[in-house]
Design a protein around this ligand. Structure first.
Ligand SMILES: NC(=O)c1ccc[n+]([C@@H]2O[C@H](COP(=O)([O-])OP(=O)(O)OC[C@H]3O[C@@H](n4cnc5c(N)ncnc54)[C@H](OP(=O)(O)O)[C@@H]3O)[C@@H](O)[C@H]2O)c1
Length: 292
């Protein structure tokens, strides 16, 4: 089975690297070709265009920024795909984009799953992500061995768009947790507790979670690498609240988290890790003390 992988960003590069580590026959493509260099250096072929990637692949996987990027790349992949090709979009796009791409795939005779992931770069490196899939169950079962090279858990949730919708549900909880961590650290800082002591206490408390475990450096170390940008998390909250709006749901916690993320973007932190919300709130506490 020949696998083509498009989108070698923070998540896509470690995911494609895992496929190469599993010995799958892999070709990659990325809009900015230089980001493919680490894979090219170990002998993974780099396609010159999405069409070239599609022409040589039985399974196509994408890990792109958002719905617009996914629509653009799939509209270049699908006309060139091989008969019986299976497409899997693992980006977070929202259910509308997922259903549109699935319909376009069907017009080109390709099977398609939306299969976004939960977890971040460290879990992508370890292959311990969770994927939540929407699309035909038999397509999910057929492509599951490839998904299993990237993820520990693969959950099939329903027809096209179901995985994309579930991913937004997960991310309103991540964004709400991010906001809650920020507020807890700010309150503790106001009481003179160091961020590290406060964080480690949270991580040992009743709310301990894998998220608190793998995000420790992002919350505490100024030089921690960016895993998930504030801009992309803000995008996910926009998608979630738009979906909620159509359903007549208010989602007050998600609305508050979106406001914090939008404020962080407006303050110049769009490309910082979304954990910056906590640092901005702590700085606010410090500044409030300085001026009182
Ligand atoms: N980072 C995380 O922790 C995390 C966790 C779970 C899910 N996700 C989701 O996974 C997806 C990827 O996230 P990421 O953090 O890897 O993002 P990223 O580092 O910003 O990478 C985005 C990728 O999309 C490509 N891209 C963007 N616009 C494009 C376009 N118009 N045409 C072609 N390619 C385009 C970029 O190509 P260039 O290199 O040319 O810019 C890059 O390969 C997002 O949907 C995100 O919400 C992220």
């Amino acid at each position: 089975m020949r696998v083509g992988f498009a989108g070698l960003g923070h998540m896509g590069l470690p995911m494609a690297t895992r496929l190469a580590d599993h010995g799958l026959t892999l070709t990659v493509w990325n809009r900015t070709a230089s980001r493919a260099a680490p894979l090219a250096a170990r002998g993974v072929p780099v396609a010159g265009s999405p069409a070239a990637l599609a022409a040589g692949s039985d399974v196509l996987i994408t890990m792109l920024a958002d719905g617009q990027a996914a629509r653009e790349v799939w509209s270049a992949l699908l006309p060139a795909c091989r008969p019986g090709c299976t497409g899997v979009d693992m980006s977070t796009t929202g259910p509308s984009a997922a259903r549109e791409i699935a319909a376009e795939a069907a017009r080109h005779g390709a099977d398609f799953l939306d299969a976004p992931v939960s977890g971040s770069t460290a879990l992508a490196e370890q292959g311990t992500l969770t994927t939540m899939a929407g699309g035909p169950a038999e397509v999910f079962e057929r492509v599951r061995p490839v998904l299993a090279a990237l993820t520990t858990r693969q959950v099939h949730l329903g027809p096209a768009g179901a995985g994309a919708a579930m991913k937004l549900a997960v991310n309103i909880m991540i964004a709400a947790t991010n906001q809650a961590v920020a507020e807890a650290l700010a309150l503790a800082a106001d009481a003179g507790i160091t961020p590290a002591s406060a964080y480690d206490t949270l991580a040992a408390s009743a709310v301990a979670s894998p998220f608190l475990g793998y995000k420790r450096d992002a919350y505490l170390a100024d030089d921690a690498p960016v895993a998930f940008t504030t801009a992309l998390m803000a995008k996910d909250l926009e998608l979630a609240l738009s979906l909620a709006g159509h359903a007549g749901l208010a989602l007050p916690v998600a609305t508050a988290a979106r406001r914090s993320l939008a404020d962080a973007c407006a303050a110049g932190y769009a490309d910082a890790d979304f954990a910056c919300v906590a640092r901005l709130l702590r700085v606010g506490v410090r500044d409030a003390h300085a001026t009182s």
